[in-house]
Write a protein that binds this ligand. Structure first.
Ligand code: UTP
Ligand code: MG
Length: 577
């Protein structure tokens, strides 16, 4: 998966990548060339007192060093540019995949992990690309080139290369072996801490209300401690790593000087060549270390790439049909024909054999106990979920044949849990009506009984709304959501329990004001209060996912025992109050 992702996303940047590789190659060659030039200056120039040779070789050295600096800087620049661009593309792709997800798909993953996958996981892959571009070419060439150059300087000391490289390799390998599972654990611990934090921030008010701070603090403390422990263990290994590597490098240096010194004494090798040999040995060891470090990043990036791949490879459980299917609903009639629905993974259906028709110009009310499936039923209409069996049609066209754009222009829903986006009141109201004028927005607010509080807010229509709409009250949020639906002027209005947060008087005023804009539209209202729906053209009593009765208020009072129970319970509650 990792290779597939990187391959696919590096294609557009192949030019930059080639540039990086060539630049790295040049840098490496220059780096390899310098010690040997240095050796010549010492052995020929200094030893023989040949000033001309020192000058001429010195000039070459300067030029090579200059090239090395330039290419190194350019390589890092292009490397970073490429890696960041690939990261950006990956994030974009994850995001666009997620936006195509149905509610079902999002539930399957969970919001928290989708966020982590789109940010942290992408970053890991991006980091590997960056490291890869920097060391993929240079490390092996440095290694092999270093060995060749070192042997050219003094073959007699070659055994030092053959001893020190494997020793370093084994030591770093052992450390990586212990580090790798820790890194994987670390990723999981970070996930856990994100989860706890997210839940606590979202549920802060509940935590306060129930004085659960202590419990929650402990829960966070626990996750935090676990992350700390892994971090400390990683730290311990790193603490060990640097002195160990340093020791190997220093022992290798000492060995070169010791054995090399004897060879210089014996006249087998010159001082300059010995210096060069030492530099080459250190370069080789550095390359081995970098290579191993990179190898260490691969498993972590692989886990992340798999997680990203899962998101990218998910085919949305609902596919948007061709916009050009040419089918346009004749009107806003919503018809359920023997519809059943079950949430994924649930054993039984939440809705079974639902059939009814909601006509334009009429109000259809749905009433039923908590958990009866009212919200689920409404969600099926704009196709947030796909019906498991049966068909839902709008104006004679099955919803599965309507494009998302068509559906959203036909249907405006006020969800049970009203949600606003960060921005202004106006930007939220224009969600379904991009080109609505200010007057139209004020009209919608007036109908939704939200005009007063909006005009009292500083900035009016342009007053800011925070993410989720948390800086307005629950009832205000609900009314803004109602105004948002009205501003869209749809053919079908869905109100999910939208009037329960309003006091009875406001509820009545709002419904009276709604008469005008909704007179030709299909209105479906889910309600808790019987008083909200007494005038509805038809009332559907939903009981445990099944239609238990359909009729008007007076008809149902006669015929439906369930409806009578509901009315009775509310009446007695009123009497008691
Ligand atoms: P609904 O959310 O449709 O019930 O869930 P409702 O009638 O609107 O309830 P209130 O009045 O707003 O409280 C119906 C059933 O579907 C299941 C729940 O178990 C619930 O009993 N359900 C709901 C899921 O399994 N997953 C969901 O995402 C939502
Ligand atoms: Mg509900």
């Amino acid at each position: 998966m990792l290779m597939k992702l990187i391959m696919k996303h590096s294609k557009p940047y192949i030019g930059w990548i080639c540039a990086v590789l060539v630049l790295q190659l040049l840098t490496t060659i220059a780096t390899l060339y310098l010690p040997s030039l240095n050796a010549r200056i010492i052995d020929k120039g200094v030893t023989l007192g040949d000033v001309d040779f020192i000058w001429s070789t010195g000039r070459v050295m300067l030029a090579v060093a200059f090239v090395q600096v330039l290419t190194a800087v350019a390589a890092v620049y292009f490397g970073a540019k490429t890696a960041m661009a690939i990261g950006r593309d990956l994030r974009r792709e994850v995001f666009s995949s997620v936006t195509k997800f149905s509610a079902q798909d999002v539930n399957k993953f969970g919001a928290a992990t989708l966020i982590t996958r789109g940010t942290n996981d992408v970053q890991q892959v991006q980091m590997l690309v960056l490291m890869g571009l920097n060391f993929m070419v240079s490390a092996p060439i440095m290694c092999i080139g270093g060995v060749i150059m070192a042997l050219r300087e003094d073959p007699g000391l070659s055994w030092l290369v053959w001893v020190s490289v494997p020793v370093l390799f084994v030591v770093v390998g052992i450390l990586v072996f212990f580090l790798m599972p820790l890194f994987r654990e670390m990723q999981e611990r970070i996930d856990a801490i994100n989860g706890v934090l997210r839940e606590q921030i979202t549920g802060l008010r509940v935590v306060r209300a129930f004085v659960r701070e202590k419990h929650e603090t402990e829960r966070f403390e626990d996750a935090n401690q676990k992350l700390t422990r892994v971090g400390v263990r990683v730290g311990n290994l790193f603490v060990l790593m640097f002195p160990l590597i340093g020791m190997i490098l220093h022992i290798a240096t000492a060995a070169v000087l010791w054995f090399g010194g004897h060879r210089v004494d014996a006249g087998l090798v010159q001082v300059g060549a010995l210096t060069a040999f030492l530099q080459y040995l250190l370069q080789i060891l550095m390359a081995v270390m970098m290579g191993t470090f990179m190898a260490m990043m691969i498993p972590r990036a692989m886990v992340c790439a798999d997680r990203i791949g899962e998101v990218l490879d998910t085919t949305p459980s609902m596919v948007d049909p061709d916009t050009d299917s040419g089918t346009t609903p004749v009107d806003g009639t919503v018809a359920f024909n023997n519809v059943s629905f079950g949430y994924e993974g649930a054993e039984s259906h939440v809705l079974s054999n639902i059939s009814f028709t909601a006509r334009p110009g009429q109000t259809t009310a749905i009433i039923g106990s908590t958990g009866a499936g009212k919200t689920t039923l409404l969600n099926l209409i704009p196709r947030l979920y796909e019906a498991s069996e049966g068909a839902i049609t709008i104006g004679g066209v099955p919803v599965s044949e309507l494009s998302r754009a068509q559906l959203s222009s036909l249907v405006a829903a006020v969800p049970q849990r009203p949600y606003l986006f960060s921005g202004t009141v106006a930007s939220n109201l224009r969600f379904g009506a991009t080109d609505a004028t200010e007057d139209e927005l004020w009209d919608a607010l007036t109908i939704a009984q939200a005009k007063d509080f909006v005009s009292e807010r500083e900035g009016g229509l342009e007053s800011t709304v925070s993410q989720g709409g948390t800086n307005v009250s629950g009832g205000q949020r609900q009314r803004l959501c109602i105004a948002r639906a009205i501003a869209a002027r749809p053919s079908i209005y869905l109100f999910d329990d939208s009037f329960s947060a309003l006091d009875v008087a406001t509820d009545a005023r709002l419904r009276a004001a709604l008469q005008e804009p909704t007179k030709d539209a299909t209105v479906i209202i889910v309600a808790q209060r019987v008083s909200t729906i007494t005038e509805a053209d038809q009332i559907i009593v939903l009981d445990d996912g099944q239609v238990s009765a359909v009729g008007t208020h007076s008809e149902l009072l006669e015929s439906s025992a369930t409806y009578q129970e509901i009315v009775q319970s509310q009446l007695s509650a009123q009497e008691a109050a």
